[in-house]
Design a protein around this ligand. Sequence first.
Ligand SMILES: C[S@@+](CC[C@H](N)C(=O)[O-])C[C@H]1O[C@@H](n2cnc3c(N)ncnc32)[C@H](O)[C@@H]1O
Length: 266
Amino acid sequence: MNFHIERAIRVSRRLLDNYAGLHEPEEKLIADAQLFWSGLSNAGRDGGPAHWRGQSIFEDDARWWGIGANNLRIFEQMAGANWLRERPRRLLDWGCGGGTCAVHFAPGAAAYYGLDITEASLGECERQMLAHGLGNFRPVLVPAANPEQALVQVLEPLDLVLSTYVFELLPSQDYGRRVLQVMLEMLAPGGLAFVQIKYTTRHLNSRSYRWGYAKNLGNMTTYYLEEFWELATACGFTPLLLHLEPRQPLNNDSHFGYFLLQKKSE
Ligand SMILES: C[S@@+](CC[C@H](N)C(=O)[O-])C[C@H]1O[C@@H](n2cnc3c(N)ncnc32)[C@H](O)[C@@H]1O
């Protein structure tokens, strides 16, 4: 289709979506998300969207390494430089993809659970961890339709649940709430959640799309900053800190908010 016509259709659709509240049904978005992520592989479609090393923009190894290193830097700024090393921690990485965070957060961990909706990303994450001498990986495969399945797969309480470059890809805010509730339940009292979201700005195209998953996945679900703070609170977390990254040159994207949340100590 002619580029200009396609763009005009997309812009009109976005206006309708955001002003008239037209969205695709949750079940369709969930099914489309599963289809999209399951289609990635080293042999077939490019694993770049799942941040696999050596694929698309991550052919540049400095980007792949740097994106996880940046997440660790922000976490340590928020939680303290020694938090991960104080004692061997049990961590879970929600949407671990190709292991960009794993290789930085897993050293010294008692267990590093990588959760994803595809076997392919779990395999790639494990490959990268082994390549970095890390043998503490525990794969957790859940279907997109049922994030609550994580609760029957991880039976020990966790110290930290992290999730980066994932919440904006989730089908809806309601789905994001389900994930936060599961995270809370998985954590030990006093445990931390380190969650990155994409935030809504005054610009129309920064709002949640909630249609056309494969085309719009990078902006599928966004939040006003205070909206996510309040959502986390409503789920039972105590939000501690917020860090903003208006631009991220490592993946040419923008408007990331990192929240450090805590489960109440008993
Ligand atoms: C952009 S990658 C992010 C990878 C990694 N977290 C990082 O920061 O580089 C998104 C990953 O989230 C996974 N994903 C998509 N929907 C998910 C869901 N509902 N629950 C868990 N993981 C999901 C994808 O399969 C993919 O591996």
